[in-house]
Design a protein around this ligand. Structure first.
Ligand SMILES: Cc1cc2nc3c(=O)[nH]c(=O)nc-3n(C[C@H](O)[C@H](O)[C@H](O)COP(=O)(O)OP(=O)(O)OC[C@H]3O[C@@H](n4cnc5c(N)ncnc54)[C@H](O)[C@@H]3O)c2cc1C
Length: 304
């Protein structure tokens, strides 16, 4: 039975940084990725604040990350992790197509998009409703679209969509935005955007494809229909932690509390970092710092 020193779940910035440091230290390490290496950066239209790059399209930065991983010659396993357990001090990582064993595990699996919870959301997914402007924005060239959300992701994706769509509406349930002021200003100044607050979506209109969205003013209860061909719910994140079958690792929200210094979870030998941690600000450099800190702690732990 091949037992890895460390298995890393997720090849986003956190997992990649952890893998590179551990590989450089000579450990027997592999990284398991169920989708595209680079993680969330792949769907970021623009990364504004990554050291060394003034502004860079997310997919281009993801390619850089992947090339660093390749240069370090880290073993990459393309599979989806379905279960993580611990048996007799060894972690068992079950994937869709194989099973792996490791002395330590780093969970760097990030988050996925939260749904609106409205009827027809699933039915209209891919038929006018999408959670990623970077991936699907080109389908809405010259059309009218609605973005929903008040964080940096919603603001950035709205700014990006304004370069493609005929008109971009953005609604947010509060008058104040969680996202940066400079992005709100940039969005408001664009000629083909309308920002509406405090509004929530209450109905998705259309049977086979989206034809509009009914929205409601949270304060006055006034309702109106926005005739749009595309809607982008960008209302938060859900941690990718459902595969963790070890009790007490995740909290009630599904994020993973860790020791601040070592990034160790409540279980010895199990570490976590990046967007999966309970935190308000989710950024590439924070994920990398977590990866580096965890890697150092893993090396110390395995040397004991
Ligand atoms: C639109 C947008 C714009 C952004 N702009 C910026 C910016 O300008 N600057 C900045 O610093 N940050 C930005 N971010 C945030 C940044 O992308 C994230 O903070 C960062 O990517 C988190 O890294 P991570 O490694 O923790 O997780 P992720 O990047 O989410 O990577 C997690 C990886 O784990 C994989 N995975 C999940 N579950 C499994 C499983 N069961 N099995 C196998 N693999 C699995 C996923 O496929 C994914 O590749 C932006 C994000 C978005 C969405």
């Amino acid at each position: 039975m091949n037992v890895f020193d460390t298995l890393i779940i997720g090849a986003g910035p956190c997992g990649i940084r952890t893998a590179i440091v551990l590989k450089e230290a000579g450990l027997n390490v592999a990284i398991i990725e169920g989708s595209s290496p680079g993680g969330k950066i792949n769907i970021a239209p623009r990364v504004d604040n990554y050291p060394g790059f003034k502004k860079i399209p997310g997919p281009d930065l993801a390619v850089e990350f992947f090339s660093w991983l390749n240069e370090a010659k880290v073993e990459m396993i393309a599979d989806v992790v379905t279960s993580l357990t611990k048996e007799n001090d060894i972690f068992v990582v079950e994937c869709e197509t194989a099973k792996y064993y490791a002395k330590t595990v780093m969970v760097a699996s990030g988050t996925k998009e939260r749904k609106l919870g409205l009827p027809k959301e699933e039915k209209l997914f891919g038929h006018g409703l999408t959670y990623c402007a970077m991936c699907d924005g080109h389908f809405f060239k010259g059309k009218d679209v609605l973005m929903i959300g008040g964080g940096n992701t919603a603001l950035k994706e709205a700014i990006y969509m304004a370069t493609l769509a005929h008109h971009v509406y953005l609604i947010h349930r509060r008058n104040e935005f969680r996202g940066s002021n400079y992005l709100v200003k940039e969005l408001r100044e664009l000629p083909n955007t309308t920002v509406l607050t405090p509004y929530i979506p209450i109905e998705l209109i259309g049977e086979d494809c989206l034809e509009g969205v009914k929205i409601q003013n949270v304060e006055t209860k006034e309702e109106q229909v926005l005739v749009v061909q595309g809607v982008f719910p960008l209302v938060g994140q859900i941690p990718n932690s459902q595969f963790i079958k070890i009790p007490g690792v995740t909290n009630e929200w599904g994020t993973i509390p860790v020791d601040n210094k070592t990034k160790q979870t409540s279980v010895e030998g199990l570490y976590a970092g990046g967007d999966i941690l309970p935190r308000d600000i989710r950024q590439i450099y924070l994920s990398e710092v977590d990866g580096k800190a965890a890697a150092r702690a893993i090396i110390e732990y395995l040397n004991k």
